[in-house]
Write a protein that binds this ligand. Structure first.
Ligand code: SF4
Length: 268
């Protein structure tokens, strides 16, 4: 299969995905778009409001700035690939939760394996830390980092550039270095540790959706199936419930003891 067809198949899986709670409130999924043959992939955190409306990544004001910056290094938006780690918008643009990131990770992983870009430009702190946990955006922006799988190049998020003129200048400066960074990688030899595994087939792609949708636990003959998204969120709710129950029982106990004391006093 060609890269384009494989990427389309991943997008179809994303559109039908119920792997975490985020699909419930989102209007559209945002699988990512662009040229899968490109040397460059730009990865942000998650869709915002305009992206949720349109189903396309980076189409708001931040997207306009991204297009402008790409133009300054000789690229059109459609020359590169643009996407996010999380494919459905977190409500109110909150930070994605760890279980949501875990649930969504196979999609980006597969997209990058299909594309095998020379360079992954991470947009903002969150995207950088997804690939490089120890990274600090103020220190590592504009540096080429070789992780175990990818060459990544962190820059500030365009939205941060829109809010802060100093960050905008930094973002512009780091963007202008991208052609030289690419050239360096090309001179340095092969595509660093990115698997260009085009043996991926439709069955693999279909399995991702199923794996994400259900986890089952077996107790003898009984099989309990539950959604992966249940884990941390529901455990948090359960712990809160137990906490309030204990407080309630504690209050009941105190009232019981007080009643006993009152009874003893009145009896005298
Ligand atoms: S795992 Fe990703 S694609 Fe699936 S529902 Fe969650 S955010 Fe959407």
């Amino acid at each position: 299969m060609k890269k384009k067809e494989l990427m389309e198949q991943v997008s179809k899986n994303v559109i039908n995905c119920k792997g975490c709670r985020l699909y419930q409130e989102a209007k559209n999924s945002v699988p990512g778009e662009g040229n899968p043959e490109s040397n460059l992939a730009f990865i942000g955190e998650a869709p915002g409001a305009v992206e949720d409306e349109t189903g396309r990544p980076f189409v708001g004001r931040a997207g306009k700035l991204l297009e402008n910056l790409l133009g300054r290094i000789g690229y059109k938006r459609e020359d590169v690939w643009v996407g996010n780690i999380i494919k459905h918008r977190p409500p109110g643009n909150r930070d994605p939760m760890p279980d949501e990131i875990r649930a969504c990770a196979p999609y980006l992983d597969l997209q990058l394996r299909i594309m095998a870009p020379l360079l992954v430009v991470t947009l903002g702190r969150f995207a950088m830390n997804y690939f490089y946990k120890e990274g600090k955006i103020s220190t590592n922006k504009g540096q080429l980092i070789k992780t175990d799988k990818y060459h990544i190049y962190p820059v500030y998020h365009p939205a941060a550039g829109l809010r802060n003129p100093t960050m905008l200048r930094s973002l512009e400066g780091d963007f202008l270095k991208i052609p030289a960074v690419l050239e360096d990688i090309q001179k340095g030899g092969s595509r660093f540790a990115i698997e260009n595994d085009l043996e991926i087939n439709v069955t693999d792609l279909e399995r991702i959706g199923q794996d994400l949708e259900n986890i089952s636990i077996e107790f003898g003959n009984v099989s309990i199936r539950f959604n992966q998204a249940i884990d941390s969120f529901s455990i948090y709710k359960l712990v809160s419930l137990i906490k309030y129950l204990l407080i309630y029982l504690g209050i009941l106990n105190i009232m019981f003891i007080l009643n006993g004391i009152m009874f003893l006093i009145l009896k005298r």
